[in-house]
Design a protein around this ligand. Structure first.
Ligand code: MN
Length: 212
């Protein structure tokens, strides 16, 4: 699994650089949400993960090692290791640039699996809307190809807790903190806006690494 090399600069579970300005995703995701989400929530997961791992087996900053053995840790590690990994992939996938429609092999495989892009979007949206409370929607590469599903809280498909296991290609945060300041209770509106800022070049890049 080479995913960590692509999306985690984060060798000591440090907050990575966002790479663009907090207001760069407006009008779809507002700068106040981006600022809170990145520099408060994401940073909080990083700090709490470092804290939760104090005195535990050294993992050399490799979050995949932690996620792979997640059941050997307590809930504080589970929640914050998930928080660190999930937000790293999320903030790398939402950017002001990049293709706004599927490209490359990921496009080909999405069309093959879901029929057309509209059906894929509908199913992905349903996974997000159907997640009760806080959680994530995923497009995951499993042993049986691409699957759409969701996980509660900060779990992800790399964890043995997840019903669907595999390598996440696209992750969408559906915690209220990801959208409430702008979209209020309208999660569906946020999901539409998520697709407006999703960088499909990055998703294709992750997919290529996941397949290798
Ligand atoms: Mn979040």
């Amino acid at each position: 699994m080479k995913l960590s090399k692509l999306i985690l600069e984060n060798k000591e579970f440090k907050l990575p650089s966002l790479g663009y300005a907090f207001d760069a995703l407006q009008p779809y995701i507002d700068s106040e949400t981006m600022k809170e989400h990145f520099s408060k929530h994401f940073k909080g997961y990083v700090n709490k993960l470092n804290d939760a791992l104090k005195g535990k087996k050294k993992v050399n900053g490799d979050i995949l090692e932690v996620l792979k053995n997640i059941k050997s840790y307590d809930d504080k590690v589970r929640n914050n290791a998930g928080g660190v990994f999930n937000h790293e992939i999320y903030f790398k996938l939402i950017t002001p640039d990049g293709s706004k429609a599927p490209v490359g092999n990921l496009k080909k495989d999405i069309l093959e699996k879901f029929g057309d892009f509209g059906k894929f979007k509908d199913e992905f949206t349903e996974a997000g809307l159907g997640r009760f409370g806080s959680g994530w929607s995923w497009l995951t590469l499993t042993n049986n190809g691409l699957k759409i599903h969701s996980t509660p809280n900060q779990d992800n498909p790399l964890m043995s807790y997840s019903e669907i296991k595999g390598i996440p290609v696209i992750g969408m945060d559906v915690w209220e903190h990801a959208y409430y300041l702008k979209h209020k209770s309208k999660r569906g509106d946020y999901i539409k806006d998520f697709f407006k800022v999703l960088n499909w070049d990055k998703a294709e890049e992750i997919y290529q690494k996941a397949k290798n």
